[in-house]
Write a protein that binds this ligand. Structure first.
Ligand SMILES: [Zn+2]
Length: 486
């Protein structure tokens, strides 16, 4: 039997209405044609509808309460946080399950794929870190000479840098990034004996955050070239596989106003700010000064500000502003609220009067010690922000009335190629992708997956296995013996 090949192409943040508009305008001719015979529907995101959380659910086939990832940060101790990495994931991801079954993968720009010794994969696999990784890394390191890493792994440093460009220059930069990716992908598709080609394009999420016009204008003309390039990229990848799955981690929506949840917690008396915050506010003003920014953009200085460290920096700024010893509850990042023991009920009750909040067990049936105490999400016309510099320091306002695009639950799902039947489907879950790909490749599904095999794509053979136990052992061995030099 010929080895089957699957591609999962993640288009971060893409949602049904926007895709429809793009296709109607003829901006993605290849996808327009493929979608006719495809199986397609809305893919509901996780709660919170957040990039690391949702992609980890897509990659594992389980809910956050099993995989442990609710955002870019995890609990360090008590209510303190640190940047999450691959070692914080508590469930094997699809390429790790394939690796257990002796199949190969190419994995590009998936959140939390570093450090490499905290994941399992095989000789013959290709792993390339993405924009939110603390370091740029490629496995095997012998591929470094091909410049694939530079072509594929944008660092958050580059991301920050281009986010300061004028809109026109920004769009141009994204176009160039995507063009370069195509060159690298062409090389990768020819390499090795892989069964899964898994890539996430983060650029779409950045664009959607930045441009209200992308969501509102009926003719997304400015972005024409970008969607053409993505269309080309899809065509190139899917011509090399039997089954193509295109999906997104969440959708987007334009919210009328933004609520600053840390400001709310501060007004309720649960969050305490340090006295020197006035000095820090001056620092923020300084950092936002165009001249200082210009200076920070100088190559020599820029080199020192490495990608994810900026994220760590954000949390450091936060920790230096918030008096954690006196604080009962705060939101270290979007959608996540850490609450000191004994106060959960009280904090939840007072927050519930203004925003929607859940405890993990309400959403996912149980709560682990590492889970955040409360989870919030954007609701109606309100985006919920954990931003400190605008919320607490600068404005001291609870709400800012301004149209802002931000994450929403409805993402996209499209499968085409070797599927059993096509058409619209409305009951796919974000957890179904991993078990479906496994079943399609003729492999057992995880015994405790939260998803099911989408039978219009692959037949469920009802064979199951406990990947997690095997993975735990292999990961422990790997952490001990696998040395990777960055
Ligand atoms: Zn995302």
């Amino acid at each position: 039997m010929l080895r089957k090949k699957v591609a999962i192409i993640g288009i971060d943040g893409m949602y049904p209405n926007l895709l429809e508009k793009i296709l109607r305008k003829g901006l993605m001719p290849y996808l327009s044609e493929k979608i006719r015979d495809s199986l397609h529907g809305t893919l509901k995101s996780t709660i919170p509808p957040y990039t690391p959380t949702a992609w980890t659910s897509i990659s594992t086939g389980v809910s956050p309460v099993k995989h442990g990832i609710y955002g870019f940060f995890v609990r360090k101790s008590d209510i303190e946080v640190r940047l999450a990495n691959a070692s914080d994931i508590r469930y094997p991801r699809i390429w790790e399950m394939l690796s257990i079954m002796k199949k190969h993968s190419v994995v590009i720009n998936i959140p939390l794929i570093h450090p490499f010794n905290k994941m399992i994969f095989r000789h013959g696999d290709i792993i390339i870190t993405g924009w939110n990784s603390p370091v740029k890394a490629i496995f095997p390191s012998s591929l470094r000479s091909l410049k694939l890493l530079d072509m594929l792994a944008e660092s958050s440093q580059e991301f920050r840098q281009i986010s300061r460009y004028s809109p026109q220059r920004y769009i141009k930069a994204i176009e160039q990034m995507l063009e370069i990716k195509i060159l690298a992908i062409r090389k990768l598709l020819k390499m090795g004996e892989w069964s899964l080609f898994y890539i996430i394009l983060s650029e779409t999420d950045w664009l959607m955050h930045k441009f209200v016009s992308l969501h509102e204008v009926a003719n997304p003309h400015k972005f024409k070239r970008i969607f053409r390039i993505i269309d080309k990229l899809i065509a190139i990848i899917s011509n090399n596989v039997d089954l193509t799955i295109i999906c997104s981690d969440h959708g987007f929506k334009c919210y009328r106003r933004t609520l600053y949840v840390n400001m709310l917690l501060s007004k309720l008396g649960y969050l305490k700010v340090k006295h020197q915050s006035r000095a820090l506010s001056k620092l923020h003003v300084l950092i936002n000064n165009p001249l200082v920014r210009l200076l920070l953009n100088q190559p020599l200085i820029r080199k020192r500000i490495d990608g994810a460290r900026l994220k760590i920096g954000e949390s450091e700024v936060m920790h230096s502003i918030i008096d954690l010893r006196k604080t009962i509850a705060y939101s270290p990042e979007y959608f996540i609220i850490f609450v000191r023991r004994g106060y959960i009920k009280q904090v939840k009750e007072s927050l519930s009067k203004v925003i929607t909040v859940y405890e993990p067990q309400e959403l996912y049936g149980k709560k682990n010690p590492w889970d955040p105490e409360l989870i919030t999400t954007n609701f109606n016309g309100t985006a919920v922000s954990s931003n400190l510099n605008r919320g607490i320091i600068a404005s001291r306002r609870l709400f800012v009335e301004k149209v802002t695009p931000h994450h929403a639950p409805d993402g996209i799902f499209i499968a085409f190629g070797d599927i059993r039947s096509g058409g619209a489907i409305n009951n796919i879950s974000i957890y179904d992708i991993a078990p479906t790909v496994l079943a399609y490749l003729g492999l057992p599904t995880p015994h405790d997956t939260d998803g099911r095999v989408i039978e219009k794509i692959a037949l469920d053979t009802n064979q199951q296995t406990n990947y997690t136990d095997k993975w735990r052992i292999l990961r422990r061995l790997r952490a001990k013996f696998f040395k990777y030099k960055n």
